[in-house]
Design a binder for this molecule. Structure first.
Ligand SMILES: CC(C)(COP(=O)(O)OP(=O)(O)OC[C@H]1O[C@@H](n2cnc3c(N)ncnc32)[C@H](O)[C@@H]1OP(=O)(O)O)[C@@H](O)C(=O)NCCC(=O)NCCS
Length: 207
């Protein structure tokens, strides 16, 4: 399959209740799967299958550099990011620009006020508190923020260093990154609508 055109990011959805085809995984992944479980193995096999389709390679032969944000080794123009939650995984694929994706199953038992106070900036906390459905608002903001944190590779430690806005007139966007609005404009942020019921997901990529 040709790589996505420069202006496109493709999203692939995986159903992790389906067992992985063993021949997609090298022995190192099969050993890790013993600890990380069947859903991890399904996601890993799906990731290998999707990337191998683009690269026209053997899925089990793909190699990853996995310190921080996983990347293909040797370096490839194909950029990807994987997210999994419960029974669903999403893979974002782009050509020569960074992508981050996050999917979460909505958990109605979460103490979203407390979590928002710990992980979000003031305007984001206010958006959750004032929403008609604070649980949904919390999860939408969470996936948006985590998608960006994964696009940069900085992960959860960076969550309070940038601000997102989801429901303003411009739609979802980065407001600032470490108080830098110009850096924020280098990135696109969107919510992914096409996910199974009960899940929310977001995508961040270099604009
Ligand atoms: C990466 C992180 C955001 C993942 O969060 P999560 O909600 O548990 O998981 P998700 O399902 O959305 O994503 C997991 C996938 O993201 C990818 N990933 C791992 N580290 C990543 C990073 N730093 N950036 C982007 N993607 C990453 C992997 O493909 C991983 O899949 P795996 O668990 O099957 O190996 C979180 O674990 C984290 O912040 N980790 C530490 C950050 C880090 O590595 N910092 C390095 C600083 S240089």
């Amino acid at each position: 399959m040709p790589l996505p055109p420069a202006d496109r990011v493709r999203i692939h959805t995986l159903d992790l209740t389906q067992p992985p085809r063993g021949d997609l995984l090298p022995s190192s992944d099969l050993r890790r799967a013993e600890q990380r479980g069947a859903r991890w193995a399904s996601a890993r096999a799906g990731l290998r299958r999707v990337l191998a389709d683009y690269l026209e390679e053997d899925p089990a032969a793909l190699r990853f550099h996995e310190t921080g944000k996983p990347r293909l080794e040797p370096v490839s123009p194909l950029r990807f990011n994987l997210s999994h939650s419960a029974d669903v995984a999403l893979i974002a694929v782009a050509t020569e620009r960074e992508v981050g994706v996050d999917v979460e199953k909505i958990d109605h038992r979460r103490d979203v006020d407390r979590l928002a106070k710990r992980m979000f900036l003031g305007a984001e906390q206010a958006a959750v508190e004032e929403a008609d459905d604070p649980v949904l608002a919390y999860h939408r903001h969470w996936v948006a923020k985590e998608a960006f944190a994964k696009a940069t590779g900085k992960g959860l430690a960076s969550m309070r260093s940038f601000e997102v806005s989801l429901d303003g007139p411009e739609g979802p966007r980065l407001v600032h990154v470490a108080n830098d609005e110009r850096e924020a404009r280098r990135w696109s942020l969107s919510l992914i609508d096409d996910v199974p019921a009960g899940y929310v997901a977001a995508l961040a990529h270099e604009a």
